[in-house]
Design a protein around this ligand. Structure first.
Ligand code: CMP
Length: 141
């Protein structure tokens, strides 16, 4: 589904995509769509099958597992990668804390993205490792 020009300019400003040239960015944009969530909406539900990868364009969302807050994510940060990588159910809930706009792609677009854009995969891995380290150092985990 094609995205609006608005999504294009928002995505252009997200550091996650800074390694892409204009042509690749345009190609990628065409594969995703913008999704709007109200404060309190569950974007991803723990235990469900994952079919999307999400990048926050505006707003804020909280990652919660069994009521415990694992992280707060905002503009430029992504979620939903775990289920798409290992095909297991969603590991946590992700809930919009305020009106939140995401750019979302399907699991199959995500797979081809990772295959053809190693820089994106590396950037994503760095963020995943950062989250893992934060989770390891959390006194309550
Ligand atoms: P997924 O398991 O597909 O769906 C829930 C998402 O929450 C998960 O992918 C990650 O993107 C995100 N997530 C899970 N655990 C954490 C964490 N400890 N810190 C930040 N994000 C997380």
């Amino acid at each position: 589904m094609a995205s609006s020009p608005d999504a294009g300019s928002l995505i252009g400003s997200v550091p996650f995509f800074s390694s892409l040239n204009a042509r690749d960015k345009k190609k990628l944009l065409a594969q995703g769509k913008e999704m709007d969530y109200k404060a309190g909406n569950t974007i991803v539900a723990e235990g469900t099958t994952g079919v999307g990868f999400f990048l926050i364009l505006e707003g804020k969302a909280e990652v919660r597992k069994k009521g415990k807050v694992l992280a707060t994510l905002s503009k430029g940060q992504f979620f939903g990668e775990m289920s798409l990588i290992d095909d297991l159910p969603r590991s946590a809930d992700v809930i919009a804390l305020q009106p939140t706009k995401c750019w979302a792609i399907t699991s199959w677009s995500f797979a081809s993205l990772i295959k053809v854009q190693p820089e994106l995969a590396l950037g994503m891995l760095k963020e995943v490792v950062k989250r893992l380290r934060a989770a390891q150092s959390s006194p309550t985990s």
